[in-house]
Design a protein around this ligand. Structure first.
Ligand code: KQY
Length: 362
């Protein structure tokens, strides 16, 4: 693996849209007991279901620590490859490489990772093993690497259409714990150079109570060029209403990199999902403090789906809104199978299906 001292844009590489063909997907086996309740058993089962669903149409590699390797190999379907790799937690979207392509070669981008805000408002310490994963994965997948380790960015904070447009949120990218010495224009320049985009649509907020400082991948996702789904509530008393309304206004008044107006499909949220006292009791403390408190709202959203070569793997929450959400995605992705996974045990960790997966383009 060689480190390349230029930028993807300068070399004619771009980040493809998630619906473009993949060679595979990478995930990480969940383990830490202050993220995943009751020792992570239920979360592991949910991760196995996600991996199995993705493996129906592309190859899946799951990274597991030495401690969990045997378990992971036993639990994961035979179609899934398990490799030993250490990490601090299990969020492949955020610290696996962002892959870029020139049509015949792929390269990985290593962003800096500081657990969603470092010592300002990060979610755990240390994060050194997570931060090394992009480099290790470039080696594993035999790709050269762009090293932007001095720029803090998680994969879940960007979405692209593969045709020059990126969507992100101000709440996350301009947060004090990431790149406080960079102006908005300087941050945009990183996105332009690294993803090879020339239009950045800045939403203000994401999902209420999303502990990543409101990653875009929980509120809004491209479903095809110039078309997005937006997490939506009609309840004007819900703080989410104002967040989603503002996103709608921005999106409906935006054109993409090719000058097309954006069409927005409202993907209605489930009723607010909160963590129970029993679930909290199954979480280890962190620095003598509980990581969640009973009644805390979790950042549940149907937007956090993964597009595989043959399917859309989406979260279900056991809410009546599951069905219309599935039907809307089926309408928007007529050529793909919709595979719902009961995702509460992933959500308790703080993210969902998109957050635990990272695609590797062809
Ligand atoms: O991408 C994500 N949604 C990661 C959330 C991390 C939560 C740590 N408890």
């Amino acid at each position: 693996m060689k480190t390349i001292n230029s930028t993807p844009k300068a070399d004619g590489f771009r980040m493809p849209a998630e619906w473009e063909q993949h060679q595979g997907c990478v995930m990480i086996f969940p383990e830490r007991a202050d993220s995943w309740q009751y020792g992570g058993y239920a979360a592991r089962r949910a991760f196995c279901e996600v991996a199995g669903a993705i493996a129906q149409s592309e190859s899946v590699t799951v990274c597991a620590s030495d401690n969990q390797y045997e378990n992971a190999r036993r639990m994961m379907p035979d179609s899934v490859r398990v490799v030993e790799m250490s990490s601090n937690d299990a969020w492949a979207r955020d610290y696996a490489p962002t892959f870029v392509t020139n049509g015949s070669e792929i390269r990985g981008i290593n962003w800096g990772f500081n657990a969603w805000g470092g010592l300002v408002d990060g979610l755990y310490f240390p994060w050194d093993k997570d931060n090394k994963m992009a480099m290790k994965l470039c080696d594993l997948f035999n790709t050269d690497m762009y090293d932007f380790g001095s720029f803090i960015l998680e994969g879940g904070s960007i979405h692209v259409d593969g045709e020059g447009t990126c969507i992100t949120t101000e709440a996350c990218l301009l947060s004090a714990g990431r790149n406080p010495d960079l102006s908005k224009t300087e941050i945009e320049n990183y996105l332009r150079e690294c993803l090879n985009v020339n239009k950045i649509i800045w939403l203000k907020n994401g999902i209420f109570c999303d502990e990543t400082n409101q990653h875009v991948d929980n509120i809004c996702a491209f479903v095809k060029p110039a078309e997005v789904v937006l997490a939506w509530t009609d309840d004007q008393n819900d703080p989410q209403y104002e967040y989603s309304r503002s996103c709608l206004e921005i999106l409906e008044n935006s054109t993409d990199a090719r000058g097309r107006w954006i069409t927005v499909h409202k993907l209605r949220l489930p009723a607010p999902v909160t963590i129970t006292a029993e679930e909290c009791a199954g979480l280890d403390t962190m620095n003598f403090k509980p990581t969640r408190i009973p009644g805390e709202r979790l950042a549940a959203s149907y937007v956090n789906f993964y597009i595989s070569n043959g399917a859309v793997i989406m979260p279900f929450f056991g809410d009546p809104a599951d069905i219309p959400a599935r039907d809307l995605l089926a309408e928007l992705f007529p050529e793909r199978k919709i595979i719902p996974i009961m995702a509460r045990d992933i959500l308790i960790g703080g993210g969902n299906i998109h957050c635990i997966t990272q695609q590797i383009p062809l």
